[in-house]
Ligand binder design. Structure first.
Ligand SMILES: [Zn+2]
Length: 60
């Protein structure tokens, strides 16, 4: 798996830096994916995921 997860916001990306917070501290050690289509409706966690995309459920 070539995708990595941002250690700060958990965004999953194939790039070298996080598209959301521009963090370069990415890890391959992550598990589970949450796909966000509508950030306002995600599990009542309003504000936590502000940009649609894929996020790791667990980052180690
Ligand atoms: Zn990030």
């Amino acid at each position: 798996m070539s995708e990595r997860a941002c250690k700060i916001c958990h965004r999953v990306t194939e790039e070298k830096e996080c598209e959301v917070c521009k963090n370069k501290d990415l890890t391959r050690n992550w598990k589970g994916v949450l796909t966000v289509y509508d950030p306002e409706s995600v599990m009542g966690k309003k504000g936590e995921y502000t940009i649609p995309g894929r996020y790791a459920l667990q980052v180690f």
